[in-house]
Design a protein around this ligand. Structure first.
Ligand SMILES: C[S@@+](CC[C@H](N)C(=O)[O-])C[C@H]1O[C@@H](n2cnc3c(N)ncnc32)[C@H](O)[C@@H]1O
Length: 206
């Protein structure tokens, strides 16, 4: 089990990642655009899977807003920060490319799945479509998949091969229908050729 995140960070980034966001928050920066975006799509209480939850930044804020959240990630150092910050929430160590639905509450049990903060470009190369298919299986009928990632890639261009249409095609293949595309978590208008994508797809109603 590995991915481009672990290959780039060595699986030790958790404390540094958490500290970076603590500092930004202390400087008054808004850390919760992703959570707000999801909360605006579905009023609480919704069942939310934070896929690639990292240190729990998005999941913890959604729980604070009254949602029932489960976080899953493959990096134990990131999950340790999430557990320390919110010991009462459910945090699961697993690979999105081969997700075991049982510890998460079973298939088709989530109203919303969110993959925020570049998760899609840090997956193992070539697993994007199977990850999207696995996440789609976690959605209840009519449930929503939200993903946001850089189209210019991450540090050093990692993951720059995933473009908006390829992501869309993976969603279509997984049986999802696109609802909307934005250029950012503030619902900035989507423009072809932009460098960030926030995409919303829905599972069939039945
Ligand atoms: C940049 S961090 C974002 C963390 C969090 N979503 C946030 O927005 O703060 C990307 C995360 O994706 C996770 N990730 C990447 N590929 C994964 C996979 N195949 N299975 C589980 N987690 C994965 C990494 O472990 C890492 O924690």
């Amino acid at each position: 089990m590995t991915n481009r995140w672990l290959a780039n960070t060595g699986g030790t980034r958790g404390p540094e990642y958490a500290e970076r966001f603590r500092k930004l928050a202390a400087q008054g920066q808004d850390m919760h655009g992703e959570a707000r975006f999801c909360h605006d799509l579905l009023p609480a209480p919704a069942r939310v899977l934070d896929a690639g939850c990292g240190t729990g930044r998005v999941a913890i804020e959604l729980a604070r807003q009254g949602h029932e959240v489960v976080g899953v990630d493959l990096d134990a150092s990131m999950l340790a920060e999430a557990r320390a910050a919110a010991p009462g929430l459910t945090w699961v160590l697993d690979d999105l490319a081969d997700l075991d639905p049982h510890p998460l509450g079973g298939r088709r049990s989530f109203d919303l799945v969110v993959a925020a903060g570049n998760v899609m470009i840090f997956l193992a190369d070539g697993t994007e479509a199977e990850v999207v298919a696995g996440l789609a299986r976690m959605l209840r009928p009519g449930g929503i998949l939200v993903a946001g990632f850089s189209l210019a890639g991450g540090p050093g261009g990692v993951g720059a091969t995933l473009d908006a249409d390829a992501y869309d095609a993976a969603c279509t293949a997984a049986g999802l229908t696109r609802r909307s595309r934005y250029a950012g978590w503030g619902r900035e208008a989507w423009v072809d050729g932009g460098d960030y994508l926030v995409a919303v797809h829905a599972a069939p109603p039945r």
